[in-house]
Design a protein around this ligand. Structure first.
Ligand code: ASP
Length: 350
């Protein structure tokens, strides 16, 4: 009898040791989506009163086409990496966005493109910066990750690598669009006067030309295997000089992905995103402070970035398929789709 009693007590102690620990972890660990995808097409002073119905329809249609491209890949069991690259390519090929075909102009009247890609399973990453003739910078970024020993390639070296990899090279005139060229001329005119922070912000977002400037593009996806990938592609900032590189090709600022936490793609005034390490900070807050995706995303954009004087936004997606849009500008072109195929497309602050 004594033995049975002793055995029961032992059993109780053992089962208590094995039971799941209760922690103060605020992350919701219940999967909400088996797979999911979220995208942005740039943030800025995007106001409804400056938008024509035709333009609004065109942006929404392109966002829908792009996100459905990635959604189909994920639904059919494809990888989040393929979904991110193919989705971004749809936007790179459209002149509506400041990426690929619609890239903005540098001070020297050239187009210099940046992009980055990160794989949340391996924490491997690739990026290209200041490239002038690679048709799809996002594809080049992912190829740097898969086919080289490096993470970031720039300028002519990056083009050389892309050529050797058989990626499509175009004449730099492929990136010319009249709208972006006019935008550069307007900013150069403004430059003749001394600009303070707000003037610079207005020039950066080119508020005079009524919504036509925005459009860095980005995508984060979670696939059925539980792998998160993130990517960002941009023409950078109108009137940039001296080989300026923004946040978009910088892992931890413009792009980040970690299967343990989340994936992030940023858009906005790049210098502030670099200084704030926006994308990594969101992941770090989830990892070290056990914040939920929403809490971490909100803190980094609405608190930390805003206090520094930075403007812009992010799209984020966590390992359980939760998704979040966050920006401190008037608008951000954005869309998401969950595993049920529910589509959300938004532009303004609503
Ligand atoms: N973040 C990009 C850059 O600074 C621009 C943008 O997102 O609009 O290059």
């Amino acid at each position: 009898m004594k033995n049975i009693y002793f055995f029961l007590v032992l059993l109780l102690i053992l089962s208590a040791c094995n039971s799941p620990k209760t922690t103060s972890n605020k992350q919701n660990d219940t999967p909400v989506n088996e797979f999911a995808i979220i995208i942005h097409g740039g943030a800025g002073t995007i106001l409804k009163e400056n938008m024509t119905p035709e333009k609004e329809t065109a942006y929404k249609a392109k966002l829908e086409e792009a996100i459905k491209t990635g959604y189909e890949i994920l639904k059919n069991g494809g990888s989040s990496g393929d979904a991110v690259v193919k989705t971004i390519q749809v936007m790179e090929e459209s002149s509506l966005f400041n990426a690929g075909k619609g890239a903005v102009f540098t001070h020297e009247e050239t187009n210099e493109l940046d992009a980055s890609f990160m794989d949340g399973k391996t924490l491997n990453a690739g990026a290209v910066a200041g490239v002038k003739d690679i048709k799809s910078p996002i594809e080049a970024a992912r190829t740097v990750m898969t086919n080289s020993d490096h993470v970031m390639l720039s300028g002519v070296g990056a083009s050389q690598f892309a050529k050797e990899q058989g990626l499509e090279i175009v004449d730099p005139s492929y990136f010319y669009t009249e709208n972006r060229f006019k935008s550069l001329q307007r900013i150069k005119d403004k430059e003749k006067t001394t600009l303070d922070h707000d003037d610079k912000e207005a020039a950066f977002y080119d508020t005079d030309i009524k919504n036509s400037k925005f459009g860095t593009v980005g995508c984060v996806a979670l696939d059925k295997e539980g792998n998160i990938s993130a990517g960002t592609s941009t023409g950078g900032m109108t009137n940039k000089r001296w080989g300026r590189i923004g946040d978009s090709p910088i892992i931890g600022s413009g792009t980040y992905a970690n299967n343990k936490t989340c994936g992030v793609s940023s858009t906005g005034w790049g210098e502030y995103f670099i200084r704030s390490q926006v994308a990594y900070d969101i992941s770090a807050q989830m990892e070290y402070q056990q914040k939920s995706l929403k809490e971490a995303t909100k803190d980094v954009i609405q608190n930390k970035l805003t206090k520094l004087g930075g403007t812009g936004g992010v799209v984020t997606l966590d390992k359980n398929g939760n998704m979040s849009f966050e920006f401190n500008t008037a608008g951000m072109y954005r869309a998401s789709m969950n595993d049920k195929g529910d589509l959300v497309i938004k532009i303004y602050n609503d």
